[in-house]
Design a protein around this ligand. Sequence first.
Ligand SMILES: Nc1nc2c(ncn2[C@@H]2O[C@H](COP(=O)(O)OP(=O)(O)OP(=O)(O)O)[C@@H](O)[C@H]2O)c(=O)[nH]1
Ligand SMILES: [Mg+2]
Length: 512
Amino acid sequence: MPDNLRIILFGAPGAGKSSLIGALAQAGQSQTAQLGGQLVDVSGGMAELKKQAYHKGLAPTQDELREYPLAVEPLAPGQGAAQTATLIDCSGQAAQAIMASHAGLPPGSPLAQALLNADSLILLVDAGAPERGVAAIGDFVKLFQHARGQRADIAGLPVYLVLSKVDTIAEPNDTYNQWVQRIEESKRRLDQRFRTLLQDQAGLPFGRVQVHLSATAVQRPALADRAAKAEPFGVAELFRESLASARSHWKHREHAAGRLSLAVAGMLALVALLGVLAATLYYLRPSPELTALENQVRRVLPASADNRMREPIEERLKELAQIQADPHFGELAPKLRDEVEQAAAEMERYQKLYKEFQAQVIDPRFVTRDEELDKIEKSLDAFALPDEYLSAWSDTRLVQRMQKWKQDVAKLRAAAKDEEAWIGQQLDEAQRLRKQGGLVVAKSLPADQSAAWFKQVQEYLDRTPRHKRTDRLPGSTSLTYDHVYRLQRVERAFKEWEAAKRGLEDLRKLAQ
Ligand SMILES: Nc1nc2c(ncn2[C@@H]2O[C@H](COP(=O)(O)OP(=O)(O)OP(=O)(O)O)[C@@H](O)[C@H]2O)c(=O)[nH]1
Ligand SMILES: [Mg+2]
């Protein structure tokens, strides 16, 4: 077990580095489950940052580097050992100087040294100005890859590209779900931009870093369906993942170093004894290409069952195909090869089914006729998922969408029935008013009763539908009454109601 992982936070001045550490201290109190352990703030420095981030306000970090030692202890005995790590905050000014130095990492700079020694990097881009932020970070990653490449470091350093302050991108009236969608969209754009920036780096064999995307906010903004809360967003998950990947990177590096020194010792002994055998051994040692391929496999293969179908599947499939076509693929351990083949088969199957689903099943929100609702229900029932993946896929977008659409159909039907019934009552009332109107026209009612009739007719004509088109259906995040009112049967009922109103209006003219 590595006893002190080093995770560094890097980014332009004001990108939110120190706040993120403060938010982690907050998550350590209220989100231990997401964090996967009990956070221990060894020096008390994180608590201070937390106080500043949530109450006093943060000043720019002055020291080039600030260390925050921490430990994550298991939530219950027997759930593994405690993990220690040091978070390293840096001054945005020092980071900027590095990002702007095109000549390479400045030698002798403590920050550059800390970056090279880190087990994981967290690079922050302010969600408020992502374009500028990502360009600078892109320059830095190129520089950094180059510096690591020169040191022939083991590949696969975990790097987290973090879109910070995502609470600031919420729009007025966003629901929680709409906000989360907005975040996903910004992440996707950031990812695309970042890939474009790094495209010309594809050929670097060593020191290549693996980039994960995250989004964080120190607090949740005020949303249409949830109040603002001083609760970190995405912070616990980010640190949990970066700790886990830092740990596996550390192990891998140790393993590789151990393997290398063993090979060297063996070689020396054998050279002394049997020159020829030594030479053979030399050629048999694991090649850097093979290690790089193993790393690539680890990166592409899902780490756990619940993110097996994580997006973007298309790109992961492409990478798996590349891995399978690699001349060294046959040299991988048979178990690993199997895993690659099975993962590719599963993803292909999923992707094919997803496409079939999209082609066969219409979104209930676009439906206007009852028969179409029946059709969606039938296609959903007929859409069979392979038994072997049923439980593994329960959290995937496909399965969740199938469940949601089924519920949506039921909700639309129920709401349509309800509206029809309500309009039915309106029609009955019109009928009653019309009957009475006959008496008013014939002037066979006392003056006070006929005045009351005129008043009731006016009230009736002023009456509008029960719901606004923009109102949401109770318990639904995506359906509004617009979807209900567009259904033909409801539309028809509304037309009848309009006709009844017009009839009453004509009668009123006659009676005046
Ligand atoms: N709305 C919002 N503001 C944030 C968030 N994180 C940081 N900020 C604000 O952004 C400003 C800069 O935050 P810092 O954490 O000091 O940024 P830094 O990267 O440490 O900056 P330097 O130390 O100068 O490099 C502060 O005013 C914070 O309050 C966030 O998640 N949401
Ligand atoms: Mg700071």
